[in-house]
Design a protein around this ligand. Sequence first.
Ligand code: AKB
Length: 320
Amino acid sequence: MSGKILVIGAAGQIGSELTSTLRNSLGNEKVVAADINDNNKEVVNSGPFEILDAKEFSTIKQCVDTYNIETVYLMAAMLSATGEKYPEKAWDLNMTSLFNVLNLAKEGVIKKIFWPSSIAVFGPTTPKENTPQHTICEPTTVYGISKLTGERWCEYYNKKYNVDVRSLRYPGIISYKTLPGGGTTDYAVDIYHKAVTDGHYDCFLKEDTELPMMFMEDAINATLQLMAAAESTIKLRSSYNVAAFSITPKEVYESIKKHIPQFTIDYNPDSRQQIADSWPCSIDDNSAQKDWQWHSKYSLEDTTDIMLAQLKAKYESTKN
Ligand code: AKB
């Protein structure tokens, strides 16, 4: 990667860790972070930062011109649960931002795009176990509809205009640095925080709701591996299935209990249960394995070890 990189949505759960990993490997000045707010001080203070609304084409274009940007990671999106509260806003943000960067690439202003899709492209009619790369996709959330539509546009821009756009269907991502916001899989992050701070968690999904998840480091590695792969190896220009492990809230609870025996949990499912019930339990990521040698490294037990150690240290340090 020679040219500069712009991460849009750099203050978010995945965007913030992507920004710091890219800055650590390429140098801070090579990675421009942008977000609608400047709340994430680590991102704001560790390199170039711009306030930017991903819906505004002219603002993105100005930023790309100013910094001579070659590659854009578009991480801004409204996730599944918030999207159901604000369907039109979710559609507007998720689609307008994608067209903005696709059109910059079509015009030759930028060379390469990463855009995240999600397991939300699947729906209740999709086979639930080991969900194949190519299968029935009838999503029932606005977020899922926007991601599936986005996938079709990515493929279209690649085939028609030769745009180098690459994408992954992320499962739920578990991380300790930046909180996720507005997703259905957020419980799998919240539960670790509450285990450390309160010793009790009220879970918004049923105990046996099985969903595909991944530790953040695997998600970042998958993203960077896909972006570094030779163009000829990228056979799918819609979006690749990627998987690590599948878990229920009860299994996460039990893995935490091995470290914190007094930890308790209650299950009070809310509207997010319906969304979770429409998604797959497990994902077949054979195409990613075959095309660009993807393999996950972290299991649930690895994730629990790291999450609890990091969060204990974080909450300890804020006490002092
Ligand atoms: C969500 O829960 O909405 C996201 C996702 C699976 O894309 N984390």
